[in-house]
Design a protein around this ligand. Structure first.
Ligand SMILES: *Cc1c(COP(=O)(O)O)cnc(C)c1O
Length: 428
């Protein structure tokens, strides 16, 4: 009852009871779990029920919850003050780590969210090129920036409002939306209008319409055509940064964008974003340059401490192979369960990040995603929740594992996943 009571109380004061839409369980139904604490791979709700967490705060908690080294760093910083509004050595250390790991980021600025990072990156692209248009791709989400909330995936998709009210047409019309994974459509658009494009922003692995991998050659085409037309290429690596290796997905595929957005993992659970890239572009930022950007809590010492600790552990322990193996084991169980039950299941997967769709055939485009059966996902979600496994409360989000998901835990979970799929196939 406690979750339901809290949900009722929350709705008295907080619209829909939540501070970010997907948390409200709108598309899967039922009562959101109000979380009291979290340790390692587990969430514990207000009723004391424990769940194996595959949302991991939508990505940041790659080391698991309350990792001792991250907690120590934050606690120790708190005793020294939580915000100064003046520069610190922590910011330098964090900047050196990020730029050292992602070579295309010659300079970086820290902000407080992924939204702020993409907002600042597109402003900078416009300032640098003196052009207005931004190209984005269907189903890619770059935070709730006015001009990027067009066909934006994620929460927007879940709620069937790919466009939002409150954004003037004049602003939305500065964004051009093209199909993800369609290199031909991109090339055609750029040959007609490329000289009006300030920047092209893309999730190099789409993680906000479920997970959709870039087709061979798609990202390369973006790189070549933006260069040819003098537009900037912006990789939004808020979800992919430090997810597959100690660096970006750009370093996996060997494509250097002009600007990169980061968030999630680099904050270790604290509110952080970052944007950075070519030194000549970043030089345009205020106070030296004409492009204004600022933040009272930007580079906040608590956030930097959590980020430095998280990145240090990732660099030292290099857990990426183990993470990929854990995810593979889980996905194999899902595939097995689906195949036993005669359910069509498409699985997209890189390292510790995966998406699966009740869909016949591969899922490579936004249309494929939309054609998948999200009501079946909702049933699976609740079957698993009842068994103590917490997936994203939406068919259009990624699934994650953390370092704290031990082989033993993964092993015990495989049976739960197979059973749940058998039940999903049955009558409702
Ligand atoms: C989560 C996310 C964002 C937004 O980050 P917030 O911190 O929620 O503002 C932007 N881009 C991508 C790719 C994301 O996954």
């Amino acid at each position: 009852m406690k979750n339901a009571q809290l949900f009722g109380r929350a709705r008295e004061r907080i619209p829909s009871g939540v501070n970010s839409p997907v948390r409200a369980f709108g598309k899967v139904g039922g009562t959101p779990r109000f979380i009291a604490e979290a340790h390692g791979p587990y969430l514990v709700d207000a009723e004391g029920t424990r769940y194996i967490d595959h949302v991991l705060s939508w990505g940041p908690m790659i080391l698991g919850h309350a990792h001792p080294e991250v907690v120590d760093a934050v606690v120790s910083q708190a005793g020294k003050g939580m915000s100064y509004g003046a520069p610190t050595e922590l910011e330098i250390v964090m900047a050196e780590k990020v730029c050292g790991a992602i070579p295309s980021m010659e300079r970086v600025r820290f902000v407080s969210s992924g939204t702020e990072a993409s907002m600042s990156a597109i402003r900078l692209a416009r300032g640098f090129t003196g052009r207005e248009l931004i190209v984005k791709f269907e189903g890619c989400y770059h935070g709730h920036v006015d001009s990027l909330l067009v066909k934006a995936g994620s929460g927007a998709l879940t709620f069937g409002v790919p466009d939002t009210s409150g954004v003037p047409d004049g602003i939305a019309s500065t964004t051009v939306v093209l199909p993800y994974n369609d290199a031909g459509a991109f090339t055609r658009f750029m040959s007609g209008s490329g000289d009006r494009v300030a920047g092209v922003i893309v999730e190099p692995v789409a993680g906000n319409m479920g997970v959709v991998l870039p087709r061979e050659g798609f990202l390369e085409t973006l790189r070549t055509a933006t260069r040819e037309h003098g537009a900037l290429l912006i990789f939004d690596e808020v979800i992919t940064g430090f997810r597959f290796r100690y660096g970006g997905y750009q370093d996996v595929v060997g494509i250097g964008p002009d600007l990169t957005c980061l968030g999630k993992i680099i904050g270790g659970g604290m509110p952080v974003g970052a944007f950075g890239g070519r030194a000549d572009i970043m030089a345009l930022l205020a106070p030296a340059g004409p492009v204004y950007q600022a933040g009272t809590l930007s580079g906040n010492p608590m956030a930097m401490a959590a980020g430095i600790a998280t990145l240090s552990v990732l660099q030292r322990d290099d857990p990426y192979e183990k993470l990929a193996r854990s995810m593979t084991l889980l996905l194999d169980a899902l595939r097995e369960g689906a195949s036993n039950a005669g359910l069509p299941l498409a699985v997209n997967h890189v390292g510790s990040m995966a998406g699966f769709f009740f869909h016949d055939g591969p899922v490579q485009t936004f249309e494929d995603v939309m054609a998948s059966d999200s009501s079946r996902y909702a049933r699976l979600f609740h079957l698993l929740l009842d068994k103590g496994v917490y997936l994203a409360p939406s068919a259009y989000e990624a699934m994650f594992v953390s370092v704290a998901h031990t082989d033993e835990l993964i092993g015990s979970e495989r049976a739960i996943l197979r059973d749940a799929l058998a039940k999903v196939a049955g009558p409702a």
